[in-house]
Design a protein around this ligand. Structure first.
Ligand code: NDP
Ligand code: 8X3
Length: 261
């Protein structure tokens, strides 16, 4: 919609899944009249997406930059050194995130604990801290945080991932309350199972295990979640899609999943 026209949108984790789909959905909604800052660790994937978008929409401006949000000291300098035409960000999509393993508490690898908190929580907080002054200056801007059903409905084997997403929820609440006297909006989107690279990453390349997460169901796909994000971003300025729990039609909680026999 024209409500996204001319905006500058920064997406973390735009090299795959929900982040990549959100870039495409936002570009389509604005019919290319948009500037996208695409970030993730895998620069070659971002470059591929950027060239796809620029060949579809001649008017679009895309900046693809590698940024590892778990390296939190690099975030503020990254935001401060953005080229001038991308510097006045309007929308931050805090999407970068991951789960590693399904090990039970007591046998979780310490590097997995570190990576999940460092990315899902500290990375998201640092991005928000770096971008918020830009929004406060103009009393406007949208922050979209990717939570999860896992943050609401913790499950065995999610000893770290679930608390990281509960942290995202708590952080989003505080932020929305602190910004009550501004026009800055805080949106949180909490999906159930979405078939992306998420499970390949969680099961560290065991594709059989990854596939079994979605077996017998029609899961959500990345573009389904991207549609919800863009729906939220294109509401009138007086409206905030504060929280949305999004399931595939076969899912009703973290563990209520109907699978075709
Ligand atoms: P994908 O694995 O497909 O995408 C994850 C994205 O995050 C990739 O672009 C990856 O890029 C990026 N990323 C991971 N670590 C870092 C890092 N340290 N710095 C920068 N970018 C990073 O998964 P999804 O699209 O499914 O996940 C997106 C978000 O949605 C996550 O926050 C996830 O927790 C959440 N979510 C996913 C659900 C699902 O079932 N799939 C359900 C609920 C929530 P790269 O590797 O190139 O850095
Ligand atoms: C991803 C969905 O249920 O595996 O957030 O945690 S779940």
């Amino acid at each position: 919609a024209e409500r996204l026209s001319g905006k500058i949108i920064l997406i973390t984790g735009a090299s795959s899944g929900i982040g990549e789909a959100t870039a495409k959905e936002a570009a389509a909604a604005a019919n290319g009249d948009i500037k996208l800052i695409l970030t993730a660790r895998r620069k070659e994937k971002l470059d591929k997406l950027a060239s796809e978008l620029t060949s579809t929409y001649p008017k679009i401006k895309v900046l693809a930059e590698s940024l590892d949000v778990s390296k939190t000291d690099t975030i503020k300098p990254f935001i401060e050194k953005l080229p001038q035409e991308f510097s006045d960000i309007d929308v931050l999509v805090n999407n970068a995130g991951l789960a590693l393993g399904r090990d039970e508490i007591g046998s979780i690898l310490s590097e997995d604990i570190q990576a999940m908190f460092q990315t899902n929580v500290l990375g998201l907080i640092s991005m928000t801290q770096a971008v918020l002054p830009i929004f406060k200056k103009k009393n406007r801007g949208d922050i979209v945080n990717l939570g999860s059903v896992a943050g609401r409905d913790p499950y065995p084997g999610g000893g770290i991932y679930c608390p990281t997403k509960a942290s995202v929820k708590s952080f989003s609440h505080v932020l929305r309350k602190e910004l009550i006297n501004t026009k800055i909006r805080v949106l949180e989107v909490d999906p159930g199972n979405v078939e992306t690279e998420f499970s390949n990453v969680r099961f560290k390349g065991d594709l059989q295990k990854a596939k079994s997460v979605y077996a017998g169901t029609e899961p959500l796909y990345a573009d389904d979640v991207a549609e919800i994000i863009v729906f939220g971003l294109t509401r009138k300025e007086n409206t905030v899609l504060a929280e949305s729990l999004v399931f595939s039609t076969n899912q009703a909680s973290a563990f209520h999943i109907y699978r075709e026999p």
